[in-house]
Design a protein around this ligand. Structure first.
Ligand code: CA
Ligand code: CA
Length: 321
């Protein structure tokens, strides 16, 4: 390790540069943050040079594209990598934001990123995809989903990552950070392709271990943390499913209608019948009894106020001459 190793890494890069002509030459110098004496020498980012951006395949149903800013490649990229332990101070995270529309819930299963290898041919061992809430300053906040060591397909640094842990999010603004889990020795560096068009807030970046000596040991704006960077956003696409809304709760059963026995003593029989039916009871047996109160109800059974099954009978005694 040490200076000789770092020089070897850069020699490897230069041999590729010679093949790719002058366009690439300018790039290598501009973006390098090689630290003499720090081994290996990882860079903060680089001009991507001649890159063919292959069109992505559409996911198969029921998986759908949830969010897509895999376009407008800036041909400049940024480091976002989980290195081997000896290079942990260089571990860094780039992140970009996206919005789940109101009324929707997404289960994100796949993240596609456009990337490149540098100072080595890769491949990444796996990718991490970290999901964060959005805080007021339009930067990543609390970690709310983490798909570590996710498998992927793709080549030359482009990766279609199947999340080891799908992430379900309701409406709102969120951030996703994609990191290659890749040892610098011997696989080199993975760089995430920048996007020349900004959607929502511009990308964020952090280097918690401070190994790049540029500050931003917590989240900052990428273009502020690394002024040599070109392109405000990152290229990525999210795929997954929009689960159907949960079934509405079953409607409550209709209220039980009961016969609540009315008081009908003293009423004329016709009035008594009407009132009894209005209270969901029925008129039962009618007995006649001599009385000066001819045609009026003298007694009733059951007594007023009883709550009985619908249609229960109310028996009456009615006066007669
Ligand atoms: Ca690491
Ligand atoms: Ca953005």
């Amino acid at each position: 390790m040490g200076r000789s190793k770092s020089r070897l890494a850069w020699l490897g890069a230069w041999s590729a540069v010679l093949l790719l002509a002058a366009m690439f030459l300018g790039a290598s110098g501009s973006a390098s943050a090689a630290k003499p004496g720090r081994a290996p020498a990882a860079s903060l980012g680089a001009k991507s040079g001649i890159t063919i951006h292959a069109a992505l395949a559409r996911p198969a149903a029921p998986t759908v594209v949830l969010y897509d800013q895999y376009n407008n490649q800036a041909n400049f990229d940024v480091t976002s990598q989980d290195f081997e332990p000896s290079n942990d101070p260089l571990d860094s995270f780039a992140a970009d934001d996206f919005v789940v529309p109101g009324g929707q819930t997404w289960t994100i299963q796949q993240v596609d990123v456009d990337g490149e290898y540098n100072s080595g041919a890769g491949p990444a061992a796996s990718f991490h995809a970290h999901f964060y809430a959005n805080v007021g300053a339009e930067l990543p906040g609390a970690l709310i989903g983490d798909a570590l060591a996710s498998s992927y397909t793709g080549s030359n640094g482009d990766a279609s990552i199947t999340l080891s842990t799908p992430v379900t999010l309701g409406a709102g603004t969120y951030w996703v950070s994609v990191q290659a889990r890749q040892d610098f020795t011997p696989f080199g560096q993975w760089l995430w392709q920048n996007r020349s068009v900004q959607s929502n807030a511009s990308a964020a970046w952090q280097n918690p271990g401070g190994g790049f000596d540029v500050g931003c040991t917590t989240w900052g704006r990428k273009l502020t943390c690394i002024p040599s960077q070109v392109g405000p956003d990152q290229t990525f696409r999210l795929s997954g499913i929009i689960p159907p809304p949960p079934p509405s709760p079953p409607s409550p059963p209709p209220p039980v209608i009961r016969c609540v026995v009315p008081r009908v003593i003293g009423l004329r029989l016709r009035q008594a019948r009407t009132r009894i039916r209005a209270r969901h009871c029925s008129v039962g047996r009618i007995r006649r009894a001599r009385s000066r109160r001819v045609g009026r109800v003298l007694a009733q059974s059951p007594r007023p106020g009883r709550r009985l099954a619908r249609g229960s009978r109310v028996n009456l005694v009615v006066g007669r001459r």
